[in-house]
Each structure stands twice: as structure tokens, then as C-alpha cells.
Design a protein around this ligand. Structure first.
Ligand code: HEM
Length: 365
């Protein structure tokens, strides 16, 4: 018969064993990553709770601290010196929802709908009317103008492709190529984008300076606009060196969107100038919206410069156009070239050439 003391000993041992196995099981489980866990969500819940209880004023864009830094576990660096001590920022959640939600959806629709509309337009209406070539070529763009154009265009295409991978890669590439391959695409895209960005800015500035003089609007442009550039009627509306459509692309695309993309891109690229996370988030919204508009407009520009206007691509590739093409598409410029009054760089008179009207023959001495 077991005595009462041996029974208590066995009970104690069983209890100790149960405690030990619970502890071992718990620590073993802690070592296994929990696939269902949503750490960011949990952090945000804690954050929102603490914010709800807090009386600290709302951090804002102009504030050095764009996140709450009064929670001990967020205190990593010098308190209040920079944002280095902010791990979870409240605006981050709003930014993630807006960026992955409405911004990604609307931009995605624009990027898919525009090429589709261009294709439908091309099939339904067709490109510009072709004219029989005369066989005589005239200069339209100098080598410098073409180099500046192609450097801007190639860097733009590199930024557009890598930007789309950064923005949509996780949704459209990762599911079928897997994490390992996608991580290569993502990291290469990110670095290419970060380094090509400043190159594109330099190219855009050169582009602006090089093409500025020919892009001021004048009265002829209004006639061109009123007739819709003959895009639908297939009429050749008289235009100067550039028509109103090209000028609109210069001012709204190259200049305005160029400034938006450059400023926001620099804010995102060089994060060491003390800009807060709110400023970065705002820059990101503008960068994404600007990218969608700029890529969509560039698609229109590429269409008009290739299939839409046969003969235009050679102008920028080789620098020359057929005389008949110049007369049909840029009649006013063609006349100026013929009568020697054209002032574009390809026809600008040599600086040493005599200026002004030819001297009249004076009285004989
Ligand atoms: C004009 C052509 C450009 C286009 C079409 C473009 C497009 C994009 C797109 C779609 C994103 C992804 C945004 C996101 O995922 O939330 C992005 C990110 C970014 N862009 Fe651009 N961008 C252009 C120009 C620039 C320039 C000129 C710069 C810098 C000077 C720049 C710097 C950046 C940076 C730093 C990011 C964040 C990349 C990262 O996650 O590391 N971008 N761009």
C-alpha cells in the first residue's frame, strides 16, 4: 500500500513533469515562425491604442517627427533628433492602403486602357495620309538634338519599366516566377531606377534647353488646334517646325511632368536631407500619379512618331526628311527652309555669314 507521503511525492513529480513539458512545448512553438502572424497589424493596433490614450499633439508634415516616438520600444536612437527612432509610423498604414489600393488601381487602368484606345483609334481612323516621296532629303534635326532626344527617351523607358516592376511586380510577376527570381528582378529594378533617375533629370534639362525656342505657341497653332491637327479628317494642317500637339507634349509632358517626376524622385532618392516620412509618402503619391500620366502621354507620343505619322521616325533616327513629307506635315517650316528664313539649328546661318538683307549696289565712283 503506498503511503500518503509517497503519493504526495508522485503527485509533485507529475506536476513538475507537466509544467516542464508545457514550458518545453511553448518554447519549441516560439522557435517555429507562425505563418499566420501579422506583426505589422499587431503593432499598428498597439500604436492606435496608445495614440487613442495619448494627449500628445498630432505629428504632421512640418513636424520633425512624423511618427509617435514616445513608446519605449520605438526608442532606438537619439530621442527626437531624427526619425531614426520611429519604427511604426501611423501614416504608414494610410499610405500603404492608398498606394496599394486606389493609386495602384487607377494607374493600372490608365496604363492598360491608353494603349488599347490608341490601338482602337489606329484601327478605326488610321494614321496620317502618306504622300509620295520626292526623293530629295532635307535636314530636320542635328546630331546633338537627336542624341539628347534618344538619351532622354532611353532613360525614360528604363525608368518606366523598372518603376512598373517596383510598383506591380509583387502582384503580376511574383506569383508565377517565385520569390527567388523575383527578388533579383526587384533589386535590379530598384537600383537601376535609383541611378537612372538623376541621369534622366540631366537629359530632361538638356532637352528643355535644346528644344525650347521652337516650342513657343503662335497664331498658326490655334488653326491647327481648331482642326484637331487633321488627325481624324486626315488633312495636312499647315504647321511650323513643331505643330501644336508637339508643343503640348513639350510643355505638359517633358516640362511639367518632368518637373513633378524629378522633384518627387529626388525627394525619394535622397532620404538623408531630413525629410519626414509624411513628406516621403506625399512624394510617392505624386510620383505614382505623375508616372501614370507621363507613361500614358509617352505612349501617345510614340504612336504619333511611328505608325501614326509615317516618315516621322526617320527624322529623329537619321536627322533628315523627304521634302514632300516636310511640305505636307510642316508647310510653314518648309517654306522657311526654301526661302532661307528658317532659324532651327539645322538651318541656322553660319555665325560668320553676312547678316541682314544683301547690300544694294551703290553709285558708281
Ligand atoms: C519620368 C520617369 C519616371 C517614371 C515613369 C517613374 C516611375 C516610378 C514608379 C512607377 C515607381 C514605383 C512607385 C511605388 O512603387 O510606389 C517609382 C519609384 C521611385 N522613383 Fe521613379 N519614375 C520616374 C522618374 C524618376 C526620377 C527622375 C527619379 C529620381 C531622380 C526617380 C526616383 C524614384 C525612387 C527613388 C523611387 C522609389 C524606388 C524604391 O522603392 O527604391 N524616379 N518611380
Amino acid at each position: 500500500m503506498p503511503t500518503s507521503s509517497s503519493r504526495s511525492l508522485r503527485l509533485l513529480l507529475a506536476l513538475a513533469f507537466a509544467l516542464l513539458s508545457t514550458f518545453l512545448l511553448a518554447s519549441a512553438q516560439a522557435g517555429v515562425p507562425n505563418k499566420e502572424a501579422k506583426p505589422a497589424y499587431a503593432e499598428e493596433q498597439t500604436m492606435l491604442q496608445i495614440e487613442g490614450d495619448s494627449v500628445v499633439p498630432e505629428p504632421g508634415m512640418a513636424n520633425a517627427a512624423s511618427g509617435r516616438v514616445h513608446m519605449d520600444r520605438h526608442y532606438l536612437g537619439q530621442y527626437g533628433a531624427t526619425e531614426a527612432n520611429v519604427i511604426v509610423q501611423r501614416g504608414g498604414n494610410t499610405w500603404r492602403h492608398l498606394r496599394n489600393g486606389p493609386f495602384a488601381t487607377v494607374s493600372g487602368i490608365i496604363l492598360l486602357a491608353v494603349p488599347l484606345l490608341i490601338f482602337v483609334f489606329y484601327k478605326a481612323v488610321g494614321g496620317a495620309q502618306e504622300v509620295p516621296p520626292s526623293g530629295r532629303r532635307i535636314k530636320r534635326f542635328t546630331a546633338w538634338e537627336r542624341h539628347v532626344h534618344w538619351a532622354t527617351a532611353y532613360s525614360f523607358i528604363a525608368l518606366a519599366i523598372t518603376g512598373i516592376i517596383i510598383m506591380y511586380g509583387k502582384k503580376i510577376m511574383l506569383p508565377w516566377m517565385g520569390h527567388e527570381l523575383f527578388s533579383w528582378f526587384a533589386i535590379i529594378s530598384k537600383y537601376l531606377h535609383n541611378f537612372v533617375g538623376p541621369v534622366f533629370i540631366v537629359c530632361s534639362v538638356l532637352m528643355f534647353i535644346t528644344y525650347l525656342r521652337r516650342n513657343f505657341f503662335n497664331r498658326n497653332d490655334w488653326q491647327w488646334v481648331k482642326q484637331g491637327g487633321g488627325l481624324v479628317s486626315h488633312k495636312h494642317v499647315p504647321a511650323g517646325f513643331f505643330n501644336a500637339g508637339e508643343k503640348a507634349w513639350f510643355w505638359l509632358g517633358v516640362t511639367l511632368l518632368g518637373i513633378v517626376m524629378s522633384v518627387t524622385g529626388l525627394v525619394l532618392d535622397f532620404v538623408t536631407f531630413g525629410q519626414t516620412r509624411y513628406v516621403l509618402q506625399l512624394a510617392n503619391y505624386l510620383h505614382v500619379a505623375g508616372a501614370a500620366c507621363y507613361i500614358a502621354a509617352a505612349m501617345g507620343h510614340i504612336y504619333i512618331g511611328t505608325w501614326g505619322t509615317p516618315g516621322a521616325y526617320q527624322a529623329m533616327r537619321e536627322g533628315t526628311v523627304d521634302e514632300a513629307w516636310a511640305q505636307a506635315h510642316h508647310a510653314i517650316w518648309y517654306e522657311q527652309v526654301k526661302n532661307g528664313t528658317a532659324t532651327d539649328p539645322a538651318h541656322r546661318p553660319h555665325p560668320d555669314a553676312p547678316r541682314g538683307p544683301a547690300p544694294r549696289p551703290g553709285p558708281a565712283h
